[in-house]
Write a protein that binds this ligand. Structure first.
Ligand SMILES: *Cc1c(COP(=O)(O)O)cnc(C)c1O
Length: 384
């Protein structure tokens, strides 16, 4: 009898370096956004070769800031691929704008460029291109299919370290938004980052991130730093803490090593599972780098001997934790009801919702753990 292993779907990789790094802000007493956040932002800018990086409390709030800084508001439409984490669409609702869902390509799980282009109207202000699971959306095709007046915001929540055509994810559209949730490759607990090459967006986002406080009106030769700023509009408090940034700085230094290992394991899965015809392996990038936030397979309902959910149950019995890739937003209650949407309205996203399966991939699994997952899947495929 083989011993049952306990394998989690994802697990952050934190060590003594992070533990030591949080001592500085804790001992200094500077806990909110301060020198560590500035250092983390600078390191992120340098890593991505981007003009601006603003740390936030999450990718969700970074997306909200990005749209607000672009001036998206009531009466505007923003196109969002339906197969994504619900937060992508929620950010549009926060702005009082209308989210317009479009379909995805079930081969890549990313935005279907034709479906997106067909949803453009005179009211369309932006498209959110999601780089799902770390694979970049087809950014070139997407941008050529859109009118110049439509901004592209990258939801790069899963894509720290990914690239497309030699460009880092998050630097291709007008704005990029990253997540440091523990399910992503690098983490600060909760946390996010907004990146942009546009000075105007960075300035607007910085103001909105901190309650809408206007920059000091004082002239440089009269620095009355003790006078409070003015508040010309309603902003938010989306500031990251220095404790989180201290962790993020250490994590960012490990990003390349994390991705390299994830890529090696992804290749192992791909080769070891290639002959299970009904379990389609994830797409590899044509040009650029996959960040492998998750390894998401597809259980082909036309030829699989068991359903995706039955397979999840069988793996669960063997101690292996799995998840559906993500959900189709047009099938979730709020969006389904608000826009009277049927599953078939976006057949690609519906297919992905029902048949995708993320299997464990993270930086705290041993070679034996990976081999165990493969053994269990092959055993199930043999009908054992
Ligand atoms: C995780 C994720 C988000 C949300 O990130 P948070 O930092 O948890 O707000 C948004 N979009 C996608 C595609 C994600 O995977």
């Amino acid at each position: 009898m083989r011993e049952i292993r306990k394998i989690q779907i994802a697990l952050p990789s934190l060590g003594d370096d992070e533990w030591l790094a949080v001592r500085e802000p804790l001992q200094s007493g500077w806990l909110t956004q301060g020198p560590k956040v500035a250092e983390f932002e600078a390191a992120f800018r340098e890593r991505l070769h981007v003009r601006h990086a603003l740390a936030t409390t999450s990718c969700t709030t970074a997306l909200h800031l990005a749209l607000a800084a672009l001036g998206v508001g009531p009466g505007d439409e923003v196109i969002v691929p339906s197969f994504t984490w619900v937060a992508t669409a929620n950010a549009v609702v926060y702005c009082g704008a209308d989210p317009v869902l479009c379909d995805v390509d079930p081969r890549t799980y990313n935005i279907d460029v034709e479906s997106c282009a067909a949803k453009v109207t005179p009211r369309t202000r932006a498209v959110i291109a999601v780089h799902l699971f770390g694979l970049c959306a087809e950014m070139r095709q997407l941008s050529t299919s859109l009118p110049a007046s439509v901004a592209i915001v990258e939801d790069a929540a899963c894509a720290a370290g990914a690239s497309f055509d030699g460009k880092p994810a998050g630097t291709i559209g007008e704005v990029g938004c990253f997540s440091f949730h523990p399910r992503k490759a690098i983490t600060t607990g909760e946390g996010g980052m907004l990146t942009t090459n546009r000075d105007d967006i960075a300035t607007r986002a910085a103001v909105l991130r901190s309650h809408g406080a206007s920059a000091s009106k004082d002239t440089p030769d009269e620095p009355n730093a003790y006078l409070p700023p003015d508040f010309d509009e309603v902003g938010f408090n989306y500031r990251m803490t220095d404790v989180q940034a201290a962790i993020g700085l250490v994590q960012l230094r490990k990003l390349d090593q994390f991705i390299e290992e994830r890529e090696r394991k992804a290749r192992f899965y791909r080769d070891a599972l290639a002959d299970i015809e009904w379990l389609r392996q994830p797409a590899w990038p044509n040009s650029g780098k996959h960040a492998w936030q998750a390894y998401v397979t597809y259980v082909d309902p036309k030829i699989a001997p068991l359903s995706r959910n039955a397979l999840m149950a069988r793996l669960h019995d063997r101690g292996i934790s799995t998840r559906p890739g993500t959900h189709a937003v047009h099938m979730l209650g709020y969006y389904r009801n608000r826009f009277s949407l049927k599953p078939d309205d976006m057949p690609g996203a519906c297919d992905c919702d029902r048949n995708t399966l993320a299997i464990p991939l993270h930086n705290r699994m041993s070679d034996d753990d990976y081999a165990y997952v493969v053994d269990c899947l092959r055993e199930i495929a043999r009908g054992a």
